[in-house]
Ligand binder design. Structure first.
Ligand code: NAP
Length: 439
C-alpha cells in the first residue's frame, strides 16, 4: 500500500488529537482512502516537552520551515495557530506543492482570500472544516451539500465558552463575573477570556460562515461585534419571564438586493427556537436556504478529539482527491461582490432595561421619545421597590423593561441616548437584540 506523508505544524490540543486519530483509526483510514498515512515531520515550539503521544524523536523540529520545505511531505496540517508567520508558512507549503488542512479561524477570517488565491493558483487543496464550530461539519455542508441552494441566513452559537457562561447564569441565576471565574477554574475559559467574552472568536467564525454561505469574502472587520460582559442575572431573569433565552449569536443574513448583514451580539431568542435548547459548551449552526428551508447542525465546538475529527475529515478528503487526481476541485467560492449592510440600518426587535425614578410621568416621557424616533413598543414591565421584584432598586426607584417591535438600530440608538439624558432616568442599563421566529 502506498503511503501519504503528512507534516504537522503544532502538536498541542488539536495536533495531538490528529496524531491519535491517525494511529488509532489506521485500518479504517487505509480502507477509506486506499493509502497508509504517516506523520513524517512535526514542528513544535519546545521539542523537549513531554507529549501525550509517542512519536519518534527524529520527526520533531522546532523549525516549521522543515515541515513546509520537506520534499516528502504531501499534506501539511496547520494546528499551531498564529497570524503573519503562519500565513507565510501556509503560502510556502502551497507553493511547494503541498495540500494544506488548517483549523486556524483567526488567520482565515483576516487573510482567507490571499491564501485561497495561492491555493487556486497552485491547484492545491486548502481545507478548514475545524475552523468553524469545531467538530460540526458545517463548512463542507454549506460548500458542497447545499451548493445548489440559495442560502439566506446562517445563525450560530459558535463559542462554547460564552454559551457555557450564559447557560450557567440562566440555570443558577448567577452573575457573569462569578460564572466566568468558575469557568476559568474548570478550564472552560482561558486565563485571558477577552477573545471569547467580547465576541471576537465568534466574529471570526461568523465571517468565515458568511463568506462561504454567500460566496463573498467577508472578513473579521466587516462584522459588527458586541460581547456578553454587560449581560446580568437580571437580564436573564427578564428574558425567562418574557419567554426567551439569551445566547451569543453570530448572525449572517443576505437580502434579495445582495446586501449582507453580519453581526455578533447577545440575543434574546424565543424558547421554541431550536438554538434556545443549545446549552453548555455545545455549538450549533442554524441555516435557512430557499430550497432547504431550515436545518440545524449541532455538536462540540472544541476539544482535542472533536476538533481532530474535523481536521481528519479534511485530510481524508485531500487523500481521496489525490487518488482521483482532483485536488483544487472546489477552490475559493468568493465570486460575489461584497456588499455589507451598515449595522445602523439593521432592523430588529430589541429589549431595553433601565432604572428610573418611580414618579408619575416617567413612562409617558420614555414612550414619547420612543414614538418620536419611530420605535413602537410591544411590551412593558415596570417593577418598583424591593417588594415588587426589583432587588436593585432603591426606595423611590423603578426598573423598566421594554420590548420593541422591529426597529432600525440607528433610531433605537437615538431614542435610548435621549432617554438616558432624561432627568428622571437613572440609567439605561442594557439593550439586547431580539431574534424572532421559533417553530
Ligand atoms: N483547541 C481547540 O479546541 C480548537 C478548536 C478549533 C480550532 N482550533 C484552532 O487550532 C489551532 C491549534 O489550537 P490548539 O488548541 O491545538 O493550540 P495549542 O494547544 O496551543 O497548540 C499549539 C501547538 O503549536 C506549537 N507551536 C506554537 N507556536 C509555534 C511555533 N512558532 N513554532 C513551532 N511550533 C509552534 C506548540 O508547540 P509546543 O507544544 O511545544 O508548545 C503546540 O504544539 C489554533 O489555530 C486554534 O484556533 C482549536
Amino acid at each position: 500500500m502506498e503511503t501519504i506523508k503528512v507534516g504537522l505544524l503544532g502538536l498541542g490540543t488539536v495536533g495531538t488529537g490528529v496524531a491519535k486519530m491517525i494511529f488509532d483509526n489506521q485500518e479504517e483510514l487505509n480502507k477509506k482512502t486506499g493509502y497508509a498515512i504517516e506523520i513524517i515531520k512535526v514542528a513544535v515550539k519546545n521539542i523537549n516537552k513531554k507529549r501525550d503521544i509517542e512519536l519518534p524523536q527524529a520527526v520533531f523540529t522546532d523549525n516549521p520551515q522543515e515541515v513546509v520545505e520537506n520534499p516528502d511531505v504531501q499534506i501539511v496540517v496547520e494546528v499551531m495557530g498564529g497570524l503573519e508567520d503562519t500565513k507565510d508558512l501556509i503560502i510556502k507549503a502551497l507553493q511547494n506543492g503541498k495540500h494544506v488542512v488548517t483549523a486556524n479561524k483567526d488567520l482565515l477570517a483576516v487573510s482567507g482570500q490571499e491564501l485561497f488565491e495561492v491555493a487556486d493558483e497552485q491547484k492545491k487543496d486548502l481545507m478548514y472544516e475545524a475552523a468553524v464550530a469545531g467538530a460540526i461539519p458545517i463548512v463542507r455542508a454549506v460548500k458542497e451539500s447545499l451548493a445548489a441552494d440559495e442560502i439566506t441566513e446562517v445563525m450560530g452559537i459558535l463559542n462554547g465558552t460564552t454559551n457555557y457562561i450564559l447557560s450557567k447564569m440562566s440555570q443558577e441565576g448567577a452573575d457573569f463575573a462569578d460564572v466566568l471565574a468558575e469557568a476559568q477554574e474548570l478550564g472552560y475559559a482561558e486565563a485571558d477570556p477577552t477573545s471569547d467574552v467580547e465576541g471576537y472568536d465568534a466574529a471570526r467564525k461568523t465571517a468565515i460562515l458568511a463568506s462561504i454561505a454567500f460566496s463573498s469574502r467577508v472578513t473579521f472587520d466587516d462584522v459588527s461585534v458586541s460581547g456578553i460582559t454587560k449581560i446580568s442575572a437580571r437580564d436573564i431573569s427578564y428574558a425567562k419571564d418574557l419567554g426567551y433565552s439569551i445566547k451569543l449569536l453570530g448572525v449572517a443574513k443576505r437580502e434579495d438586493n445582495g446586501q449582507i448583514e453580519v453581526r455578533v451580539h447577545p440575543t434574546f431568542i424565543p424558547n421554541d427556537h431550536p438554538l434556545a435548547a443549545v446549552n453548555g459548551v455545545y455549538n450549533a449552526v442554524f441555516v435557512k436556504g430557499k430550497a432547504l428551508g431550515d436545518a440545524m447542525f449541532y455538536g462540540r465546538g472544541a476539544g482535542e478529539l472533536p476538533t481532530a475529527s474535523a481536521v481528519m475529515g479534511d485530510v481524508v478528503e485531500v487523500i481521496r482527491n489525490i487518488r482521483s487526481g482532483s485536488n483544487g476541485r472546489i477552490g475559493c467560492t468568493c465570486y460575489n461582490e461584497k456588499n455589507i449592510k451598515d449595522v445602523n440600518d439593521v432592523v430588529s426587535k430589541s429589549y431595553i432595561r433601565l432604572l428610573a425614578k418611580d414618579e408619575p410621568g416617567v413612562l409617558a416621557g420614555i414612550t414619547r421619545i420612543l414614538g418620536e424616533h419611530h420605535v413602537s413598543v410591544e411590551s412593558i414591565i415596570q417593577r418598583g421597590g424591593q417588594s415588587s421584584g426589583c432587588d436593585e432598586c432603591e426606595q423611590g426607584e423603578a426598573e423598566v423593561v421594554l420590548v420593541t417591535h422591529a426597529v432600525r438600530h440607528q433610531d433605537l440608538k437615538a431614542a435610548t441616548d435621549e432617554i438616558n439624558s432624561l432627568a428622571k432616568v437613572i440609567q439605561v442599563y442594557n439593550i439586547v437584540r431580539v431574534e424572532e421566529g421559533g417553530n
